[in-house]
Design a protein around this ligand. Structure first.
Ligand code: HDE
Length: 711
């Protein structure tokens, strides 16, 4: 039996059990239940003769195989998911009547799917990209989907631009190159003509686009939504997920190497953490804005390229999400789950954000082509825990057997059932927002400051975060072939920060143009001046926001950190055991690495199991490296080990090293910075236990990016 089947579940996972097939101790059969006697040979006319058309067992098997694939998601195709639950810390009754947000005794089952956006299903987890962060809450009032991302803003302001954005970002249509990468002409051509994307470009070029793991990313609902309370009072709300492990990323060089060494790195990390019982956790936070404060900001709350700085509206932490169970079957659960921002419960409603409004059409529509039928809500993972009764009938692959004569309303034959529910008894009603409008195809003037928050983001980054962002732009624009695209981008960057534009220009061997070169916006009201509808910069009251930098999210924990313990024959087994035990007690995930697989022999002849050889793993797959000392120094100075340590050093990881390892000529750089505060811990007198506390502290600090200044 698979180990993870013993792990805890939720009410939703229990509800999936009747649909779960388990072949243990079972006989092989056809789909009709006929027992199969030979699954190795097709039916033939003679042992060397042709296969017979009559072989219905062969035909059924091959036919099913031929149809195993469904279209991948048009965006967010690559993903991984898990089950879990949401617990509420305090009731939000004052703001919303949603039961899962008012009753603190409830544990709401959820399924979460994380994803990249641009790549295909088989692409690397480590692509520079936005990450999807989609949650389905199986509440007693029906399914509520919070379909968010790991960045709080978006590239475009109106949903009608989404196909353009995605066509530009995906592989180019003539040769389908590059896979899962935005470093190419069509993406930057589009972006350089879309000044509204500048704020999101800052996020997408920051290290947030190369997260260390799903469990170390924030999540955001992005749009402003509405809470509605029992008295029909509306409050604007923005949703935030804050990871309890802090927000951390990898280095760009590392990301590219992981894509080759283990393209399933994030998927595996999520799976392993749950299997080990190191459940990923996030706190849910809300920013609340009363309806009458809608216009108190120098940006529009309906504009999805803007965030509300936490200095203006603090994030109120209201509950916790825990992921505690891996799926039984990737296709049945992670692939077939269908999210939709329009899956609401009473107490939550939309705003007129034009991006959100457009999404409300797209999600159900896309499920029809992806999952093939209007009955996709009947797939086990999509079924609500709340009962479903209505007069919708039939269609491809209908599962429900709707008993009774009537499938219409009003009816008298079944006393009008299923009947409507009054609002006070839990029936949904849309927020009665007063509208008095003229039909127009225009953008609100309040949406035209495309730069202030991009500047706020850039200025809020730490020194190394800025450096990484600048390098990302040098890389991405450096891959662009058409010089005019690069030039247009430099023009736009100069409106965000002169420092940023100048440094990127230097990397491209170009100079920043005097004037930005974006197209004139001609879509203005008939009686308005065209100048009033061009991109603009409003002065911002806030110059820096702490919440926008990852630097301040470091937590004092090494939970789920992957640590390589480098071992070899002739090491001290007792020291190894005590260090390993302590790291495991601190919830780290430790693996042994040695020149060869099998076992190494300690000084006292104990056998220690080797998890990986230098050939089957790589330093980029670990957060930290601990090298155990051995009697024979020359064996320790093995070239594979030196390369492993050097690479971890270059990626600014914490290292614990026997002091004589630094005698190797290739370790000269490491030697210079040993014993500084830069996470290089030396084991001097053989007893590695003495440096353990320092090592644990260094691992919890994540990375020592200051080292980069010396490369
Ligand atoms: Fe999506 N998006 N999106 N999106 N989106 C999809 O729905 C779409 C947007 C997001 O794990 C698709 O079922 C439009 C913003 C996530 O299954 C599709 C627009 C945000 C996922 C779609 C947006 C998202 C999707 C493709 C512009 C963050 C993955 C497959 C108006 C708030 C969900 C599918 C999963 C998936 C349309 C913009 C998040 C085509 C038209 C903004 C996390 O319906």
């Amino acid at each position: 039996m698979d180990a993870h089947k013993n792990k805890p579940g939720t009410d939703k996972t229990k509800s999936l059990q009747p649909d779960t097939e388990n072949s243990e101790q079972q006989q092989l059969s056809t789909n009709q239940g006929l027992l199969i006697n030979d699954n190795q040979n097709s039916l033939k006319a003679g042992e060397r003769g042709p296969t017979l058309m009559e072989d219905f067992i062969f035909r059924e098997k091959i036919l099913h195989f031929d149809h195993e694939r469904i279209p991948e998601r048009v965006v967010h195709a690559r993903g991984a998911g898990a089950h879990g639950y949401f617990e509420l810390y305090e009731s939000l009754k004052h703001y919303t009547k949603a039961k899962f947000l008012t009753d603190t005794s409830k544990k709401t089952p959820v399924f979460v799917r994380f994803s990249t956006v641009a790549g295909s299903r088989g692409s690397s987890d480590l692509a520079r990209d936005v990450r999807g962060f989609a949650i389905k809450f199986y509440t007693e009032e029906g399914n509520y989907d919070l379909v968010g991302n790991n960045m709080p803003v978006f590239f475009i302001q109106d949903a009608i631009k989404f196909p353009d954005l995605i066509h530009a970002a995906k592989a180019e249509p003539d040769n389908e190159i590059p896979q899962a990468a935005t470093a190419h002409d069509t993406f930057w051509d589009f972006i350089s003509l879309m000044p509204e994307s500048m704020h999101m470009i800052m996020w997408a070029m920051s290290d947030r686009a190369i997260p260390r793991s799903f469990s170390r990313m924030e999540g955001f609902g992005v749009h402003t939504f509405r809470f509605i309370n029992e008295n029909d009072v509306s409050t604007f709300v923005k949703f935030h997920w804050k990871p309890l492990l802090g927000v951390h990323s990898v280095a760009w060089d590392e990301a590219q190497k992981i894509s080759g060494k283990d393209p399933d790195f994030h998927r595996r990390d999520l799976w392993d953490a749950i299997e080990e019982g190191l459940f990923p956790e996030w706190e849910l936070g809300v920013q609340l804005v009363p309806e009458d404060k809608e216009f108190d900001f120098n940006f529009d709350l309906l504009d999805p390229t803007k965030l509300i700085p936490e200095e203006l509206i603090p994030v109120k932490i209201i509950g916790k999400l825990t992921l505690n169970k891996n799926p039984e079957n990737f296709f049945a659960e992670t692939e077939q789950i269908a999210f939709h921002p329009g899956h609401l419960v009473p107490g939550i409603d939309f705003t007129n954000d034009p991006l959100l409004q457009g999404r409300l059409f797209s999600y159900t529509d896309t499920q029809l082509s992806r999952l093939g039928s209007a009955n996709f809500h009947e797939i086990p993972i999509n079924r609500p825990l709340a009962p479903v009764h209505n007069n919708q009938r039939d269609g491809h692959m209908r599962q429900t057997i709707n008993a009774g004569k009537t499938s219409y309303q009003p009816n008298s034959i079944r006393s009008g059932c299923p009947f409507q529910t009054k609002i006070e008894d839990g029936g949904f009603s849309s927020y009665a927002e007063p509208l008095n409008a003229t039909k127009i195809r225009e953008r609100s003037k309040s949406f035209f400051d495309h730069f202030s928050q991009a500047t706020l983001f850039f200025n809020s980054q730490s020194v190394h975060e800025k450096r990484h962002l600048i390098n990302a732009l040098k890389f991405e624009l450096g891959k662009v072939e058409l010089a005019e695209i690069r030039l247009r981008m430099l023009g736009l960057l100069s409106l965000i920060s002169a420092e940023l534009a100048t440094e990127v220009a230097e990397g491209l061997g170009m100079t920043v143009p005097d004037k930005p070169m974006y197209p004139i916006n001609e879509s203005v009201p008939a009686d308005a001046a065209i100048e009033d509808y061009q991109p603009s910069i409003t002065s911002s009251t806030i110059k820096k926001s702490k919440a926008l930098s990852m630097e301040f999210t470091v937590k004092n924990t090494i939970k789920a950190r992957k640590i390589a313990l480098i071992i070899n024959n002739g090491m001290d087994g007792a020291v190894f055991n005590s260090i390993k035990t302590r790291l495991v007690a601190e919830n780290a995930l430790v693996k042994t690495v040695a020149p060869n697989l099998g076992f190494v022999q300690s000084l006292s002849n104990d056998k220690i199991k080797v998890d990986f050889s230098f050939l089957t793993t790589s330093s980029v797959l670990f957060d930290a490296v601990f090298v155990f000392d051995i009697e024979n120094n020359s064996a320790l100075l093995n070239n594979d080990l030196i390369q492993f340590v050097k690479e971890a050093y270059m990626h600014c990881k914490p290292l614990a090293l026997p002091v004589h390892l630094l005698d190797h000529e290739e370790m000269a750089a490491v030697k210079v910075y040993a014993e500084t505060e830069m996470g290089i811990i030396l084991i001097k007198d053989g007893d590695a236990n003495e440096v353990l506390e320092e090592f644990i502290k260094a691992v919890s600090a994540h990375r020592f990016w200051e080292r980069e200044a010396n490369f």
